[in-house]
Design a protein around this ligand. Structure first.
Ligand SMILES: [Mn+2]
Length: 355
């Protein structure tokens, strides 16, 4: 595996490349053109500029998170062709710059859902949290407003204000889209882009839905082992793969994470590894990466990745906000650096114990 950190670009991130460079074992970043709109073809010059900036700091780009998918592709409207063409152009330009992993998601309307961005934990740190009760009590249009006070001034991925202004219209767009339609539209998209992925050796890595169940009555398909294996078979190309995100699949306590990892051998192209602490099956908060701080066995998760021969980029995921840091919720430097060090430690121990 290749340890990385997510970086939003110097215009948006409070964390610098110089800081990332000093985290032991981190030699590359996962990044994106954060101002690119879903559906745009990325300019080759912008990709090159991003790459030079990262390389000037002594790091590499291990992959892109994310190249977002336009809603027309997800709902399967006739104008999707134009947006698929743009997506293919972006993939070609990334491939030409020697970038070979692209994370994306196929979630309708909301990229991810949390009901609190700064829940206080007993140690005084703050974390993102979710309660089903809070979701059930709120109108979807109010969702953004309800959390926007706690963003520390950051633009949250998938919750861009200009997008949230149109939430009502987005819901209208998805009203006839059920799980089966969403699967069909995903298949159509993948079949169209696979020749380009094969040509440039680009690993597509779908991010699971977060939380891994339907919210606000919207369809959700990338939620469990059955569905993800269906998707792998539906377009049976090694470049059609997965971002294994423990914190997202793990929201559903019925998902056996190490077992899911083992069933996806050869198809996990990217891993997000983090821990959650459950207070009830539908009330959870993000914890430190350490197993004993949350509800997951992080050793078993890393061991499963080791056992399937995982060689792709991996990153610590959302961290707690600690030591007075002010950053995008989940994306401060300190706790993610601790997470990277811990995951590296687990990996070293597993590796040596297997020799
Ligand atoms: Mn994730």
């Amino acid at each position: 595996m290749e340890m990385t950190l997510r970086w939003y670009g110097s215009k948006y991130d409070t964390v610098t490349l110089e800081q990332i460079r000093q985290i032991p074992g981190v030699k590359s970043v996962i990044t994106t053109l954060y101002d690119a709109k879903a559906g745009d073809a990325w300019e080759a010059d912008d990709i090159r500029a991003l790459k030079s900036e990262v390389e000037a700091a002594g790091l590499k780009i291990a992959g892109i998170e994310s190249v977002n998918i336009h809603d027309a592709i997800k709902v399967g409207s006739p104008d999707r062709e134009k947006y698929i063409e743009n997506y293919i152009t972006t993939l070609e330009r990334l491939g030409k710059e020697d970038i070979h992993m692209v994370c994306y998601n196929f979630m309708p309307v909301f990229d991810w859902t949390r009901t609190e961005l700064a829940r206080k934990r007993p140690d005084g740190s703050t974390v993102l949290a979710y309660t089903q009760e809070a979701v059930d009590a709120i109108e979807p249009e109010k969702m953004f407003e309800s959390i926007s006070g706690d963003t520390n001034g950051s633009v949250m991925p998938g919750w861009e204000p200009e997008r949230m202004e149109h939430v009502k219209e987005l819901f209208e767009l998805y009203k006839d889209v059920d799980d089966e339609k969403l699967f069909a539209n995903l298949k159509y998209f993948l079949e169209r882009i696979m020749p380009t992925c094969d040509k440039y050796d680009i690993n597509m890595a779908i991010h699971p839905d977060d939380p891994a169940w339907s919210v606000f009555g919207l369809p959700r398909i990338i939620i469990n082992k059955e569905n993800i294996l269906r998707m792998m078979k539906m377009v049976d190309d090694p470049h059609n793969g997965v971002t294994f995100c423990s914190g997202s699949y793990g929201t559903n306590r019925e998902n056996d994470l190490p077992d899911m990892i083992r069933s996806l051998k050869g198809r996990i192209h990217f891993a997000h590894v983090r821990n959650l602490k459950f207070n009830s099956p539908t009330d959870f908060e993000e914890a430190a990466h350490l197993s004993s701080d949350g509800s997951f066995d992080m050793y078993e998760i890393m061991k499963a990745l080791y056992d399937i021969g995982f060689e792709g980029p991996i990153r610590p995921d959302h961290g707690r906000m600690i030591w007075g840091e002010k950053a995008m919720p989940g994306y401060g430097l300190y706790d993610r650096a601790l997470g990277a060090a811990y995951l590296n430690g687990l990996w070293e121990a597993i590796e040596k114990s297997r020799r």
